[in-house]
Design a protein around this ligand. Structure first.
Ligand code: SF4
Length: 250
């Protein structure tokens, strides 16, 4: 019996995990919680400010985009003033951010788009929408994908139940076997949200930062440290590795 179970265990894991079941998600969440402890949001900014922060953050280290975000807050009296500011002034405030010129142009366009549709450069009205409707509203803005829309809803004072998927999270959940190897941002989002029925907005926030931390330190793009990984017992990639448990990642 044990031998039969051993033979079919990888198959069972594959089908079970690919379906994105709650038990698998809970297992990952609980292991990370034990490893990293509690990680709850301190101060939450308004939805429009979180939108701006997320909009400028792609392909940039967090500390650099946070600095640029603080500069924007200091240089402009608010989102309305930022929307009306010359692109060159916005670009100057985005110093250190990747593609600052492009982001300055696109951010201004995005804020003007918000004003045209909402009547003001503000997103508090999203509080009254369900998450799916709010995601659709945000993703109609040029340059806004699921990462920015979910962050606007979950990281801000709106504190809605949405999950922010970044490259670290896609990589880990693919390797672990929770999603298919070719799963993209929205696939990962859907799989996590479907399985996260017992997780609050705070839990989803914490889960994001725990996975990101694992991706930055342990399950890196080109190097894994499986021996030190809290997910190693159930990770498909590690189980696939015949000898070495850590090393260069595929
Ligand atoms: S066991 Fe290895 S491959 Fe799997 S999540 Fe951890 S570091 Fe990544």
């Amino acid at each position: 019996m044990t031998f039969v179970l051993y033979l079919f265990y990888p198959l069972f894991m594959q089908t079970n995990l690919f379906s994105g079941q709650s038990a698998d998600l809970r297992s990952i969440r609980d292991r990370l919680k034990i490893a990293f402890g509690r990680d709850r949001a301190g101060f939450r900014v308004s939805a429009i400010n979180q939108f701006i922060r997320s909009f400028i953050s792609s392909r940039t280290m967090d500390w650099q985009s946070d600095r640029a975000f603080t500069r924007l807050l200091n240089r402009f009296s608010g989102p309305e003033a930022l929307a009306d500011a010359p692109v060159a002034e916005i670009e100057a405030a985005l110093e250190g951010v990747q593609f600052a010129d492009k982001k300055a142009r696109e951010l201004k366009d995005a804020l003007l788009h918000v004003r045209a549709r909402a009547g003001t450069v503000d997103m508090e009205f999203l509080a009254g929408l369900d998450v799916d409707t709010a995601l659709v509203w945000l993703e109609q803005i040029r340059g806004v994908g699921r990462k920015i829309s979910a962050a606007t809803l979950n990281f801000s004072a709106l504190k809605k139940r949405s999950f922010v998927v970044d490259t670290h999270i896609i990589r880990i959940l693919r390797r672990f076997g929770f999603v298919k190897p070719n799963a993209e941002t929205e696939d990962v989002y859907d799989a996590v949200m479907e399985a996260a029925n017992d997780m609050s907005a705070d839990d989803l926030y914490e889960f994001h930062w725990h996975l990101k931390r694992l991706g930055q330190n342990t399950c890196k793009a080109f190097q894994t440290s499986c021996n030190a990984c809290p997910l190693s017992e159930s990770c498909m990639k590690r189980m696939d590795a015949p000898m070495g448990r850590s090393g260069r990642a595929a």
